[in-house]
Design a protein around this ligand. Structure first.
Ligand code: AMP
Ligand code: MG
Length: 341
């Protein structure tokens, strides 16, 4: 069923890629809806080169998916995983290197070598399952950055190990789109690659882009709005992809590398806001794994690098002080809003 829905969407998206133009007195804009990286994406740019830029951005996303996916057999990542290593492009090598750095910085909370455990659960596939404890115990020794060696563009993976860039690839793609927009002279636009948003410039002379942070409890609602300009906002949340086991337990797609189990923490979503999409993506995944206390401590020691909005399972929306003037609460919401001191 899921496959069918995906195909249907891909077909609709292909039709939509013809894009839509809007003029009517305001500066010309162009929007395309696409389905790539297993995600619904929306790309909008304003100005005379909007259409060229959006089409170039869509092409760039497809290029990156073909290179970085671990479900497309011909991608560089799939070939690495199949061959326990190999030679990759400079671009892939530098993304692998960034992923290793973020793994080290987050003490392994973000870890692309979680791949064999992700595969055992199959949460984002058509056949999710709950592995036995024995299976998880057998896979956990394969997880850890020490299993990857990277020298220039040559990569070696220890036997049985593999990598999954699902926690960082969309963030990298959003950095690339920012570059594509710039190359095409776009100074105003907004893109959303699932939970990854890039706000290019301002919406108008006076207004930044108001970006909604989804309410994890209600897929049709949002829990807060943040106003952004030339920034990325990347959200990780269990509600984005999950499956429900036979006994009603919900297993979501972000795995705690320390246990091999889907995170069952005190956060329902983490949004990282900063000027580097790749970093925001790695941190959104990592801080979701860490949970409230460790995520807050991590922000305290890296507060120059990013702002964040944490939504807790007990109904709080907590934001860093840098967002105090840019975050709007939702009227009538049951959430309690507070700045992190
Ligand atoms: P995100 O939505 O950016 O938080 O990424 C989640 C995706 O990254 C999952 O669907 C997996 O493919 C992969 N993943 C799961 N757990 C981790 C983890 N602890 N570190 C890195 N990648 C992960
Ligand atoms: Mg991420």
């Amino acid at each position: 069923m899921r496959k069918y829905i995906k195909r249907l969407f891909a077909l609709l998206a292909a039709l939509c890629l013809a894009g839509s133009l809007a003029a009517c007195g305001s500066p010309k804009s162009y929007t395309a809806d696409i389905f790539a990286m297993d995600t619904v994406m929306k790309l909008t740019a304003y100005g005379p080169s909007a259409e060229t830029a959006v089409n170039a951005a869509a092409k760039e996303i497809n290029r990156l998916e073909a290179q970085l996916s671990n479900t497309i057999a011909t991608s560089e990542i799939s070939q690495l995983n199949a061959g326990s290593g190999g030679t990759v492009s400079e671009e892939t090598a530098s993304l692998l290197s960034a992923a290793l750095t973020y793994a080290q910085m987050t003490d392994g909370a973000f870890d692309m070598t979680i791949a064999p455990v992700v595969a055992a659960w199959g949460i984002t596939t058509d056949n999710p399952q709950v592995p036995t404890q024995a299976e998880i115990d057998a896979l956990l020794p394969l997880v850890g950055s020490g299993h990857v060696s990277l020298s220039g563009t040559a990569v070696t993976l220890d036997v049985g190990c593999s990598v999954d860039l699902g926690g960082i690839a969309k963030g990298y793609a959003s950095d690339r789109i920012a570059a594509v927009f710039k190359e095409n002279g776009v100074t105003s636009g907004v893109i959303s690659l699932g939970g990854n948003v890039y706000a290019c410039g301002m919406k108008s002379k006076k207004e930044g882009w108001r970006v909604a942070i989804q309410d994890p409890q209600n897929s049709a609602g949002y829990a807060a709005l943040v106003t952004l300009s030339d920034q990325f906002a990347v959200t990780s949340g269990g509600y984005q992809r999950y499956f429900t086991g036979e006994d009603g337990t919900v297993y979501q797609h972000i795995i705690d590398p320390a246990t091999g189990y889907p995170v069952q923490g005190d956060l329902t979503s983490v949004t990282i806001i900063g000027t580097n999409g790749t970093m925001c993506d790695a941190y959104s995944t990592a801080l979701y794994v860490m949970g409230l206390d460790k995520a807050t401590a991590y922000w305290r020691s890296h507060s120059d690098d990013f702002d964040m909005v944490l939504i807790t399972a007990d109904g709080r929306v907590l934001y860093t002080p840098g967002l105090a003037d840019n975050l709007e609460s939702v009227e009538g919401s049951s959430y309690a809003y507070a700045a992190i001191g």
